[in-house]
Design a protein around this ligand. Structure first.
Ligand code: HEC
Ligand code: HEC
Ligand code: HEC
Ligand code: HEC
Ligand code: HEC
Length: 328
């Protein structure tokens, strides 16, 4: 049963179909990624720089995977590899051309392509959220056995997106370069330009005799909650009086994240104070007595910093500045 749940969780991810390809491909063999890469240089170049390409090989995944080595992880992180024993080129390719484009020996495309040397099947779902949903929206059950509440969402990006789908498709924000052309680099939260566009902020301070209260109203401008994705993603919000030396206690801070607690032997989500896809998140920080301008800043964190340090995850993978400002 668990195996079939795992399969259906990733059913949005095209499965490789190397066996069927040669029979249908006229001029060229399209059975392998190397072939796609050889003919489609610009797509290959941007994909090479993507997190999809390194979905299995990157250090952050390897650090967590080493602890469990569950076959279920491989279906999304290296769909071409043998789930029981992922290794070699199949694992190194991560989420590759074939995974998203090849079905029964035909190449999925959003449009007809008469000059292509391979069969092309027009599939409108390639430009919809369906092309991403199989891997970007799933429950704990799909990576069972885990000590989590199995029916609960582990990643919920597509559900979050449905609340605000008028902001565009996943592809319109993630599959385009700055000039609006298709790019397979697929930036995420570690891309400074994309991350800087994630939030709209109103900041104000209420100064009183006993102290200063900083109020930040955060709204998502992404196509989902912020931060979205992995269950450990979090935002740290900080404020302090500018000037002078900042001692530890003088920085007011809070963390916005999903929180989990063990209930009846299962780890369950008990709260979620990330910035929701629609509506606002109000953050209140109490500063002591002080004068002058107040600096506020928001940092994206892939996971809890102490855990990141324990796993030797480099800072640029573990934390990124989102946005900052000053209240005079
Ligand atoms: C022998 C060279 C060759 C191979 C191998 C090849 N393609 Fe193509 N492909 C082309 C050409 C030529 C076109 C026509 C459009 C163009 O000129 O870019 C095309 C069209 C496409 C299209 C339609 C998009 C468009 O702009 O018309 C997609 C998608 C595509 N290929 C993906 C793939 C994938 C994925 C693979 C590997 C499974 C692959 N191709 C293998 C040469 C190749
Ligand atoms: C994570 C899924 C994914 C991966 C991996 C992927 N593609 Fe795509 N590709 C797409 C989607 C989605 C589109 C359609 C974008 C749109 O909405 O126009 C697309 C579009 C294309 C196009 C048409 C480009 C255009 O300008 O319209 C080509 C050609 C293509 N891909 C080739 C490749 C090749 C070659 C690789 C591997 C190097 C690859 N893709 C990897 C999802 C993927
Ligand atoms: C076969 C599964 C699969 C499919 C299909 C897929 N993804 Fe992903 N995607 C992943 C995995 C796994 C990662 C995490 C990679 C890693 O380890 O950092 C990821 C990472 C990402 C990231 C984060 C990049 C970063 O720098 O952290 C973005 C953005 C993304 N995907 C967008 C998309 C979009 C948009 C689509 C649909 C067009 C899509 N993905 C389809 C599996 C998939
Ligand atoms: C209006 C633009 C927009 C749309 C539409 C959008 N995103 Fe994003 N996405 C962002 C921004 C901005 C970020 C960076 C903030 C964050 O991590 O939440 C991001 C981050 C991500 C990440 C990276 C999380 C990480 O940990 O690095 C993934 C994965 C992702 N989006 C997937 C999707 C998918 C899947 C869809 C469609 C269902 C989608 N996005 C629709 C703007 C968008
Ligand atoms: C249904 C598909 C799916 C399955 C199954 C899955 N993942 Fe992922 N995983 C993703 C996607 C999509 C992302 C990208 C989300 C993001 O960047 O926030 C991701 C991100 C991650 C990350 C963060 C990578 C980074 O660069 O920060 C780690 C670590 C990870 N997964 C480990 C695992 C492990 C270990 C398993 C098995 C126990 C697993 N995943 C199973 C889809 C999946």
């Amino acid at each position: 049963l668990l195996a079939s749940i795992a399969l259906s969780a990733c059913s949005g991810a095209p499965q490789p179909d190397a066996g069927a390809a040669p029979a249908l491909a006229p001029a060229a063999s399209i059975a392998s990624d190397e072939d796609c890469i050889g003919c489609h240089a610009s797509e290959a170049e941007s994909w090479h720089a993507s997190a999809h390409r390194t979905a299995f090989s990157d250090e952050v995944f390897q650090a967590e995977w080493a602890a469990t080595e569950q076959a279920a992880c491989v279906r999304c992180h290296a769909p071409l590899a043998d789930p029981e024993s992922p290794r070699g080129a199949e694992a190194e390719l991560g989420v590759s051309c074939v995974t998203c484009h090849l079905r029964e020996g035909e190449v999925l495309s959003v449009r007809a392509s008469p000059s292509a040397p391979h069969p092309v099947r027009i599939d409108p779902s390639l430009s919809s959220e369906q092309a991403c949903a199989g891997c970007h929206d799933f429950t704990f059950a799909s990576v069972a056995p885990t000590p989590h509440d199995l029916g609960a969402p582990l990643q919920h990006t597509v559900h979050e997106w449905r609340e605000v789908s008028d902001r565009g498709t996943c592809q319109s924000c993630h599959l385009r370069d700055a000039a609006g052309r298709v790019s397979h680099a697929m930036p995420g939260a570690r891309d400074p330009r994309l991350l800087a566009s994630a939030l709209g902020i109103e900041a104000r301070a209420e100064r009183g005799a006993s102290g200063t209260r900083v109020r930040l109203t955060l709204r998502s401008r992404a196509g989902h909650a912020v931060p979205t994705g992995d269950m450990y993603r979090r935002l740290e919000v900080r404020a302090y009086f500018e000037g002078g030396e900042i001692e530890r206690g003088e920085i007011a801070r809070t963390t916005l994240m999903r929180r989990f607690e063990r209930i009846d032997g299962l780890l369950r989500e008990v709260s979620d104070d990330r910035v929701p896809a629609s509506g606002a998140r109000e953050v209140v920080l109490e500063l002591g007595r002080g004068r002058g301008p107040i600096h506020w800043e928001i940092e994206w964190q892939a996971l809890e910093p102490s855990l990141a340090a324990q796993r030797w995850i480099p800072d640029e993978d573990a934390r990124r500045p989102v946005i900052e400002g000053v209240i005079d």
